[in-house]
Design a protein around this ligand. Structure first.
Ligand SMILES: Cc1ncc(COP(=O)(O)O)c(C=O)c1O
Length: 398
């Protein structure tokens, strides 16, 4: 991450095509477009790249998660199981549908512990959402088994893991429905954007219609289209899609750079006493967007995090003390601060957040540091950075 570091004439050419014809809307205006359909082209390119039957582009990754759930029929009062370590978007996307986020512990993969998922299932559970955090993945076979045993929809938020694979399949395409984000800091960026990917035709048609006011997209007269059901506007613009189109064609190059940079740092940190790494399930290959490692305890992680900052080592996150990605600091969600009234059912469904503790998750996140891997670093810069990181850890821990 992130693709914006390497913007080039390729992105500029795609954007200029859109500006030249003046059509920023992804649907309609056929006569004016001079044959340019950037959103449609990006959907085809993503389907080809990720070997998946259907792709629906959307305005953001958050929209993608919400639309994915809606397209599978998740709604009012349904419980959706999600991990304690993710981005607030997971919680928000479930809430948007009037459904209830049920947070459960993570394991050493840094996402859903299948045993914790099993223990959280109730008669209201409708879906299980694995979040492939920081470029890696959960125990997909075990999670699939739990979903199949209980007839639950399996959703995959691969917003942070584009380019990773599990048993040869791209992350995002393994569960029943998957999600990508193309926001500004992702490996492939559209500025803002997201996608739902699925091999389920019904989910795809639902996502396509729902994300554009319920339009059925039949024929070429937008005003004459019918609306099979209620929808909203989660459309992406042609300008955003144009940037993504150039970027997705560069994905193999971006992943190769991430892998080189990740490997240099990992090989250096492997030699440092006290450092261990997250578990990547057998058959999995990370996207190398982040390097995640564990230190012996919370104090060590806090002190190393401070030493990194003091020594100019940026983009390394200790999520235990960070407001974005871990339940511990999500006070606005625990206290259900909302601009508008929340349904009684959801309020009651979330009461558990006032008292429930997540010791197992704390055990991992307290000791974890996640280092973002940049594309713009030169090999020499990465080597120097890795040595500095090793020095900091050695000074604090050894
Ligand atoms: C795991 C995860 N899910 C969803 C999202 C939401 O994506 P967006 O920022 O495109 O709305 C993010 C964004 O960082 C994310 O990290």
């Amino acid at each position: 991450m992130p693709g914006f570091e390497l913007f080039s004439d390729l992105e500029r050419k795609e954007v200029n095509d859109v500006l030249d014809n003046g059509v920023l809307m992804r649907y309609g205006f056929d006569g004016m477009r001079k044959g340019h359909w950037k959103a449609k082209e990006l959907e085809s390119e993503l389907a080809k790249t990720f070997d998946v039957n259907h792709v629906q582009l959307l305005s953001s990754g958050t929209a993608a998660v919400s639309v994915a759930l809606a397209s599978a029929g998740v709604g009012a009062g349904d419980e959706v199981i999600m991990p304690t370590f993710t981005f607030v978007a997971s919680f928000e996307a479930i809430m948007m549908l009037g459904a209830i986020p049920v947070l459960v512990d993570i394991d050493d993969t840094l996402t859903l512990d299948p045993k914790a998922v099993e223990a959280a299932i109730t008669s209201k559970t409708k879906a299980v959402m694995v979040v492939q955090m920081c470029g890696s993945m959960g125990n997909m076979d075990a999670l699939r088994q739990v979903c199949d045993n209980h007839n639950l929809i399996f959703v995959e938020d691969a917003c942070q893991a584009i380019g990773g694979t599990y048993k040869g399949k791209p992350l995002g395409t393994i569960a029943d429905v998957g999600c990508f984000s193309f926001d500004f800091v992702k490996t492939i960026t559209c500025g803002e954007g997201g996608a739902v990917v699925t091999n389920n035709k019904e989910y795809y048609i639902n996502a396509d219609n729902y994300s554009d006011h319920g339009h059925d997209h039949e024929g070429s007269d937008r005003g004459a289209e019918t609306h099979p059901f209620l929808g909203y506007n989660f459309r992406i613009s042609e300008l955003n899609a144009a940037v993504g189109l150039a970027q997705v064609r560069r994905l193999p190059d971006f992943i190769a750079i991430q892998k080189r940079n990740y490997t240099i740092i990992r090989n250096t940190l492997t030699k440092v006493a006290g450092v261990s790494f997250r578990t990547v399930p057998n058959g999995g290959e990370e996207s190398y967007a982040f390097l995640n490692f564990f230190l012996p305890d919370l104090d060590a992680a806090r002190n190393v995090s401070k030493a990194f900052k003091d020594n100019g080592i940026d983009v390394c996150f200790h999520y235990y003390d960070n407001n974005w990605h871990y339940i511990r600091k999500w006070d606005h969600l625990k206290d259900l601060k909302s601009l508008f009234p929340i349904s009684k059912e959801v309020k009651e469904g979330l009461e558990y957040l006032q008292t429930k503790t997540f010791e197992q998750s704390d055990g991992y996140i307290a000791r974890n540091i996640s280092c973002l891997i940049k594309l713009s670093w030169t090999e020499d810069e990465v080597k120097q950075r890795a040595e500095k990181m090793a020095d900091c850890i050695n000074k604090v821990c050894n």
